[in-house]
Design a protein around this ligand. Sequence first.
Ligand SMILES: CC(C)(COP(=O)(O)OP(=O)(O)OC[C@H]1O[C@@H](n2cnc3c(N)ncnc32)[C@H](O)[C@@H]1OP(=O)(O)O)[C@@H](O)C(=O)NCCC(=O)NCCS
Length: 189
Amino acid sequence: MKSIPAPERSGSGAPTPPELGGIRFDRPRLTDGDPMWRLARSSPHIDANTPYFYLLWCRDFAASSAVARDGADLCAYTAGFVRPARPDTLFVWQTAVASAWQSVGLARRMLDLLVADRYRYVECSITADNPASDRYVRAFARSRGAPVRCEPFLGPEHFGGAAHAPEILYRIGPLGPSGSPGSPGPLGP
Ligand SMILES: CC(C)(COP(=O)(O)OP(=O)(O)OC[C@H]1O[C@@H](n2cnc3c(N)ncnc32)[C@H](O)[C@@H]1OP(=O)(O)O)[C@@H](O)C(=O)NCCC(=O)NCCS
């Protein structure tokens, strides 16, 4: 397992620029689509989508998504979108961290950088057999002093009868201040 130092904070409490121990946090680019797809394909709990899907995501949803790079290699991504009917809400669609980089804080750091003070709520859906995701989302909520509301979201009936664990909708918020003044956030607009 790799290790990175804890996020440093400046005297004002703001996070330092998005680079930690050689890991660089960034918006996805079109060239990230293929490595994102490969990481998704090798990750448990993530539905397989087509490479084309991730390429479109990188083109059209980069502003609400983040990646972590180890040099030229993609080691993690968070793909999110702003709900059209709720512009104050970031829906985190997928987060995947390469196994060698798990549990060192990459998922948390991507979400912190992505959300900053731009959104009042974060939503995602998690299956009951995924405690790591539950922990990661609850840790984020705690850091922002925000309640977490969970409710049934999508059941097997929504997946056309395909075997799919029920998705529970997590709604986190309202979010307290991130401690990083200067919206639109450290990842830029
Ligand atoms: C879930 C996942 C994204 C977490 O990423 P990560 O970078 O390892 O998580 P972090 O290191 O930022 O940890 C965030 C919190 O989750 C906890 N956590 C991380 N992995 C965990 C695990 N396997 N079991 C229990 N808790 C775990 C951490 O302890 C931390 O909580 P804390 O702050 O209370 O200590 C990663 O395990 C993953 O890619 N899983 C496979 C794909 C997936 O399930 N994606 C989510 C559904 S789309």
